[in-house]
Design a protein around this ligand. Structure first.
Ligand code: HGY
Ligand code: MN
Ligand code: MN
Length: 425
């Protein structure tokens, strides 16, 4: 196998992506499923998600990539390496967004990967390992819980039936929605062989990098997460006629539990956070005592021990509250993700690339979860963060500067060149 020549190494160090092209692609995708306030509303497996997927596939086909759709809709676009027997360097993220999402969360990673493929072609670079782009299905978990389902199925955490069984608020199953947009692929989602490496470019979704005027975040770890669905059941009744001491009001249970959720997080400060992001109230009529209320909870901490303690306190609290109020209670845990430390060698590759490219960079721990968390369980994985304005994300006001996107994509490009191995032409 030919090895790179010295001048090849010198030439490689001068390679850069085309930031203007990257930004233009970001703006085109931002126009698919736009939100009313300038952000994105492109829920997973929606018609808008299909349009974005179809566009991505056509862009990758234009590059001569081999396209593969797996059984949970993950989209892969592989650029051949000189040695087809070698596993790919996998790069990507997700195109689905929150209901009031931003234009860059996930999309930067998918289109940053596309820009790497475009630059490799344009600059006629041959790599030993194939380089493969991936768009993961349902990272956000907003329409179908849990999130990270595409990468989870690929990592072997969920079988296809489990992944396809979840239902949205309208009772539509993940599997039916997948078929409806034509993305239920033939190949099983579970990987048959792990990739050589996985890199994910993503916005920080926090304020640190911008506040410290840093161009690139070298992500060393991701904090752990647990989601809970706590459903209290009581008895529906007339809001005007039932005395307070005779009610079995499911909303009272939810109210007391919410207070306790925030208290648990504060008790595990400074690292822990907890959010009650949604309540599902049945029957949901102002003058009917709620018979059933589901409390959707998100708890996170960099400490696995703290997460375990928080879960015990939540479960105990829910049981106590239900007993006090004569309610039924069920606690489900759709997802648990342990804190993740990324591959030291790959993290060093990212840091070295940022330094050689002249970018201000620093280590950072991710507060948000990413598909890279599941990938880290089966292959060496690392992430690259770009700043975003005021750290705003999961909000239509999410924004970033073009030069930040370019910097992140350049670091991704050089991490790929180093890891995939450049073969002199
Ligand atoms: O919730 C998360 O951390 C991810 O941004 N979906
Ligand atoms: Mn994301
Ligand atoms: Mn997100």
């Amino acid at each position: 196998m030919p090895e790179p020549r010295a001048d090849a190494a010198k030439t490689v160090s001068n390679l850069r992506v085309n930031g203007t092209r990257l930004w233009s692609s970001l703006m085109v995708v931002a126009g698919i499923g736009p939100g009313p306030k300038g952000g994105s509303h492109r829920l997973t497996l929606s018609e808008d998600d299909k349009v974005a997927r179809d566009l991505l596939v056509s862009w990758c086909e234009d590059l001569g990539c081999a396209i593969r759709i797996d059984s949970v809709g993950n989209v892969f676009a592989r650029r051949a390496g000189t040695d087809g027997t070698l596993p790919p360097v996998l790069i990507g993220s997700h195109l689905d967004t929150q209901p009031h999402g931003g234009r860059f969360d996930g999309v930067l990673g998918v289109l940053g990967a596309l820009e790497v493929l475009r630059s490799l072609n344009e600059q006629d670079i041959r790599t030993r390992h194939p380089v493969e782009l991936v768009n993961w299905t349902n990272e956000e978990g907003s329409r179908f819980a849990p999130g990270l389902v595409g990468s989870g199925a690929y990592a072997g955490l969920y079988d296809d039936d489990t992944a396809c069984a979840s239902r949205d608020a309208d009772g539509i199953s993940f599997g039916d929605a997948l078929k409806a947009i034509g993305y239920r692929g033939p190949t099983p989602a579970k990987h048959d062989a792990p990739p050589h490496a996985y890199f994910e470019l993503h916005i920080e979704q926090g304020p640190l990098l911008e506040d410290q005027e840093v161009d690139v975040g070298v992500v060393t770890q991701v904090q752990g997460l647990r989601w809970f669905d706590v459903t209290f059941t009581g008895m529906e009744g007339h809001a005007g006629t039932i005395p307070m001491n005779q009610r079995r009001d499911a909303m009272m249970g939810a109210a007391r539990l919410m207070e306790r959720v925030y208290d648990i997080a504060v008790a595990h400060a400074p690292g822990a956070v907890a959010t009650v992001g949604a309540l599902t109230v049945q029957p949901g009529s102002r003058n009917v005592i709620p018979g059933s209320v589901n409390v959707a909870i998100d708890m996170r901490s960099p400490s696995a021990d703290a997460l375990a303690e928080m879960e015990v306190k939540l479960q105990t609290g829910a049981t106590l509250i239900a007993a006090e109020l004569n309610l039924g209670v069920e606690v489900r845990v759709p997802i648990r993700v342990a804190p993740v430390a990324f591959d030291v060698k790959l993290v060093n590759t990212v840091r070295r690339a940022a330094g050689q490219l002249g970018y201000r960079h620093r280590n950072i721990v991710s507060g948000a979860l990413h598909d890279a968390c599941h990938m880290a369980a089966i292959a060496p994985a690392a992430m690259i963060f770009s700043p975003c304005v005021k750290g705003i994300s999961h909000n239509e006001a999410e924004d970033m500067r073009p030069e930040w996107a370019t910097a992140g994509a350049n670091v991704l490009y050089h991490a790929v060149l180093e890891t995939a191995g450049v073969v002199a032409s």
